[in-house]
Design a protein around this ligand. Structure first.
Ligand code: ATP
Ligand code: MG
Ligand code: MG
Length: 350
């Protein structure tokens, strides 16, 4: 059988490995740290850093097709890999999604609505950006941010200097604050043949900047639901994308505003494990392996809850209910660390 190479060894890599195994593939994980969630279930674990060209080449040669479960892989590593084996999604998707300035510029170029934004390179450009965009606004690092890390809210122009100092010289963008009613996301897939399939949008609730729950169906009018899916499809096609993509949207009375895209399976798509015949992990494996996309239509209403930090203490109680539990085998539960999730089916889809 053929081997799928996955860059990144977290829970997403773990669940991708399980899905790949069900379809008869072997998996090889490339991950710098040793005891990682994916290494417990993958067939092989190549433990090396993304700057280790020889290790990257060995990894690529030992696999038939490559993918990644996190977007902060240096594009130089991707160049090394793609010279040896196909990697999906491709370089353009990765480069666009790992830099908030490139991402928002790309989205606006497609005619989609984003928060107003400006490039911030120093204290002076931040002052100018605040003058244009106004307050409240959010200063975000261009790269490496996740779970709300690397973000500072600015409610008064007088806070600008301190906010820029906190960026510690990292390039940033300033975003206008969007007064949304709620947040939704579309988990979308595109096959090697260009076929597109989107899962039903889910409604997301964050707590302390971290995704807490995703619920399907989301509160959306039929028009909004269609528009959300069309937005995701437009992004997939523009990136010539292969695999699963997460698109986060803010819902306002007048518009759907694109917050960010994730070029991978997405935490807000975990509900598909309980709500669809083919979940996001299998859909991603099918896409990158050149298989036809599977049936992702939703048969059930579901709420997904993340287990974070001390939530692990509730596992015995949850295990005694008819919820489905997914635990990531992380060595220790730290505050803010995602250690598992629970899918609760709340009824058949209408
Ligand atoms: P993720 O873990 O989803 O990758 P992230 O660290 O990349 O998160 P964002 O998605 O940009 O961060 O922001 C996290 C959350 O902060 C959003 O889901 C939203 O609740 C809030 N937020 C971000 N940007 C804005 C904005 N411009 N206006 C209002 N709220 C915002
Ligand atoms: Mg993000
Ligand atoms: Mg986000």
């Amino acid at each position: 059988g053929s081997t799928i190479g996955i860059l990144g060894g977290g829970q997403l890599g773990r669940m991708l490995s399980v899905a790949a195994a069900r379809l008869g593939f072997k998996t090889c994980i490339f991950e710098p740290s040793g005891d990682c969630p994916a290494s417990h279930v993958a067939n092989f674990h190549l433990q090396a850093g993304y700057d280790d060209t020889a290790a990257l080449e060995r990894f690529a040669r030992s696999c038939d097709v490559l993918t990644f479960e996190f977007e902060n892989i240096p594009t130089t590593a991707l160049d090394t890999l793609q010279a040896i084996r196909p990697i999906h999604p491709g370089r353009m998707a990765l480069a666009t999604a790992q830099d908030r300035l490139a991402e928002k510029t790309f989205l606006q170029g497609l005619g989609l609505t984003t928060a107003p934004f400006a490039d911030v390179t120093d204290a002076g450009t931040l002052d100018a950006a605040i003058a244009t965009i106004g307050t409240p606004a959010i200063l975000k690092t261009r790269r490496m941010g996740y779970d709300g890390k690397g973000q500072i809210r600015i409610t008064d122009p007088a806070q600008a200097a301190a906010a820029w100092d906190a960026m510690a010289g990292q390039p940033a963008i300033l975003e206008g604050f969007v007064d949304f009613t709620h947040e939704v996301s579309v988990i979308a897939a595109r096959g090697l043949d260009g076929a597109v399939a989107c899962f039903d949008p889910g409604q997301n609730v964050h707590r302390d900047g971290i995704l807490h729950t995703t619920t399907v169906p989301a509160t959306l009018t039929p028009t909004q639901r269609t528009d959300a899916i069309l937005i995701a499809a437009r992004i997939l096609n523009a990136l010539d994308y292969v695999g699963v993509l997460g698109v986060e949207l803010f819902v306002t009375p007048n518009a759907l505003i694109v917050n960010e895209i994730a070029p991978r399976v997405h935490n807000s798509g975990h509900w598909t494990q309980a709500g669809c015949a083919i979940d996001q992990f299998e859909q991603h494996i099918r896409a990158i392996a050149g298989w036809p996309l599977g049936d992702g239509s939703r048969h059930s209403n579901v709420t997904m809850e993340n287990l974070i930090g001390a939530d692990m203490d509730r596992v015995p109680q949850i295990a005694a209910t008819n919820a489905s539990l997914h635990l990531y085998g992380k060595p220790e539960a730290r505050p803010g660390r995602k250690t598992g999730h629970v899918n609760r089916v709340t009824g058949p889809a209408a």
